[in-house]
Write a protein that binds this ligand. Structure first.
Ligand SMILES: Cc1ncc(COP(=O)(O)O)c(C=O)c1O
Length: 391
């Protein structure tokens, strides 16, 4: 076992199934066209929804923060790792989200871990959509709370679970705001209504809705005008916001409890100041640039409409996440590889992340794709799609 023989055997099996993926090493930063081994490749798989990774205001903010604070925070938040820039970010973020408070973590993943571990004990029950993100699934596993699953967006089943679990101290309904593999939107108004009927807490993870849904990208609660009725909003600073990090937006009581109890907050060093400054600059850009989200949506609608006209199956996508369903893992990866030969990067997503026969390339449209970029992609997708008899 010292040679990790069992892991080597698993890797061989992945190769046999067509699911083995070495890391792709890019020679340029996150952008629309990226350099790969001396070639320019059109990027259709990045979460950089608004193109903020290269925004001049964000770069400037990072540089200035390094000059002011240095490169690291030196500690966890509860010791010397809360610098003025972290506090400013949380205040402006709360104002942006319209909540009493926010608390920033190092990533969206650790935000879910920290919150779930804080709010769920053996007296509580969490009721979770079956397609929720891995960070929610793992976050729940780390708690002593009781776990119930409901079929994807199945409101009848959700109601059943709420009915069956009335005796717990608290019921927490948790859902992704935008589902990361299919790009569909959670039925939040109906979830909120059910939760209100059964006295449950509503927890929405807006990783793929932050910067995407709602006015100026304020998220799904704003999109559905549910202010004050969603108790816990999670956002990520790693996707549309262009840097890295995650946050809870909600009540001051919850924030205080997290500061005292959330293990991923307590036992891991805080964001470097340049990252916090970058996120703050990004929130300011979002506030002042509604045209970014408008462009994201007009590109999304254009692209998805054209894919449908070509005959592609894009599943239940309603957002800039647009999967093209291909089939088995091996075929999906061959499709992705063929697209790369045609200068398109479209990441294949296969079992166990999605069902065995639902392998897909997950396309993500961004605000910065030009019409020419999208038409180029459509032309190549059509050619490769015909080759694979997908259309
Ligand atoms: C729904 C959801 N939650 C959380 C995360 C994790 O966010 P981060 O990349 O900031 O850790 C993701 C990322 O894919 C996500 O899709």
């Amino acid at each position: 076992m010292a040679n990790f023989d069992h892991l080597a055997a698993e890797l061989e099996q992945l190769k046999a199934d067509g699911r083995y993926r070495p890391l792709t090493v890019w020679d340029s930063g996150s952008d629309i066209w990226m350099e790969l081994n001396g070639r320019k490749v059109l990027q259709l798989s990045s979460n950089n929804y608004l193109g903020l990774t290269n925004h001049p205001d964000l770069k400037q903010a990072a540089i200035e923060a390094i000059e002011t604070y240095g490169v690291g925070s030196g500690s966890v938040r509860t010791i010397t790792g809360t610098l003025r820039i972290h506090d400013e970010l949380e205040r402006e973020l709360a104002e942006f989200k319209g909540t009493e408070a926010t608390l920033v973590f190092q990533s969206g993943f650790t935000t879910n871990q920290g919150i779930l571990g804080t709010i769920l004990g053996p007296e509580d029950v969490v009721i979770s959509d079956e397609l929720n993100h891995a960070s929610i699934i793992d976050g729940i596993r780390l708690t002593k709370g009781n776990r119930k699953i409901y079929a994807h967006k199945d409101l009848d089943q959700l109601e059943q679970r709420l009915k069956e679990n009335g005796s717990f101290r608290s019921r927490v309904v948790v859902t992704d705001g935008v589902f990361s593999m299919d790009g569909d939107i959670a039925p939040l108004p109906q979830i909120v209504e059910l939760a209100e009927n059964y006295d449950a807490i509503v927890y929405v993870d807006d990783a793929h809705a932050s910067g995407v849904l709602g006015r100026n990208g304020k998220g799904s609660t704003d999109h559905f005008n549910l202010h004050g009725r969603v108790h816990i909003q999670v956002g990520t600073l790693s996707k549309a916001i262009g840097a890295v990090g995650g946050y809870m937006a909600g009540s001051q009581v919850l924030k205080d409890a997290l500061i005292h109890k959330a293990r991923s907050f307590l036992f891991s060093t805080s964001q470097p100041p340049a990252v916090a400054a970058t996120c703050l600059a990004a929130i300011r850009v979002l506030k002042n640039s509604p045209e970014l989200t408008e462009r994201l949506w007009s590109n999304t609608n254009y692209f998805r409409d054209k894919l449908h006209k070509l005959g592609f199956d894009t599943g239940s996508s309603e957002t800039p996440i647009i999967p093209i369903i291909v089939g088995t893992p091996a075929r999906t990866m061959q499709f992705s590889d063929k697209l790369l030969e045609e200068d398109i990067f479209a990441q294949g997503i296969v079992y166990p992340t999605v069902a065995m026969d639902k392998g897909r390339v997950r396309l993500i449209v961004t605000a910065n794709h030009s019409q020419d970029d999208l038409d180029f992609a459509l032309d190549r997708l059509e050619r490769v799609g015909r080759h694979f008899a997908l259309i």
